[in-house]
Design a protein around this ligand. Structure first.
Ligand code: HEC
Length: 145
């Protein structure tokens, strides 16, 4: 009896820690992805001022591809168990969170298109629109500590 209980407890601990390891993987993957986005945004800004629109277009496309994955990178249960600044509001308002990710993706696509077609004025305008989508999501869904 005692042995059975011990085995059950060991099994539960294994299952729980597997769950935590899983959450940690999601957190790591998305934080690495967002840091890469930050670096790409800096590079896009340089590219715009140096008029290297082909590079801007490619980088904006990379940002759009990441943006498309955002909802999948925040599965239920991945808001704890690691070092994360994801707000629990994400899972309370997941439809709104996902639509902000979609807005972000669309803004990046618009920038990519403007840059690829050599439309510099359009690229600059869509770059500032793209940046404002970062802040509007962070204000609601990223904890500040
Ligand atoms: C749809 C919402 C959303 C959009 C849009 C978004 N972010 Fe984030 N971002 C988050 C969330 C949520 C986290 C926290 C992830 C975690 O810690 O698990 C995060 C984390 C980050 C991080 C990781 C390091 C840190 O400060 O915690 C960086 C850097 C970042 N975002 C930059 C950006 C930039 C730059 C943009 C726009 C070009 C952007 N993000 C757009 C939601 C968003």
């Amino acid at each position: 009896m005692a042995v059975t209980r011990l085995l059950l407890m060991a099994l539960m601990v294994t299952i729980l820690s597997a769950g935590l390891a899983h959450a940690t993987d999601w957190i790591e993957e998305r934080v690495v992805g967002f840091k890469n986005v930050k670096a790409l945004i800096a590079r896009i800004e340089d590219g715009l001022s140096e008029d290297k629109l082909d590079k801007v277009g490619a980088d904006a496309q990379t940002v759009a591809n990441f943006a498309a994955r955002i909802p999948d990178l925040f599965p239920a249960g991945s808001g704890q168990g690691g070092k994360t600044s994801a707000s629990t509001d994400i899972w309370i308002h997941f439809a709104d969170f996902s639509s902000r990710a979609e807005e972000f993706r669309r803004a990046a696509e618009t920038l990519a298109h403007a840059a690829e077609t050599g439309n510099r004025a359009g690229a600059e305008k869509s770059f500032s629109a793209l940046r404002s989508t970062c802040k509007s999501c962070h204000i609601r869904y990223k904890d500040l500590f």
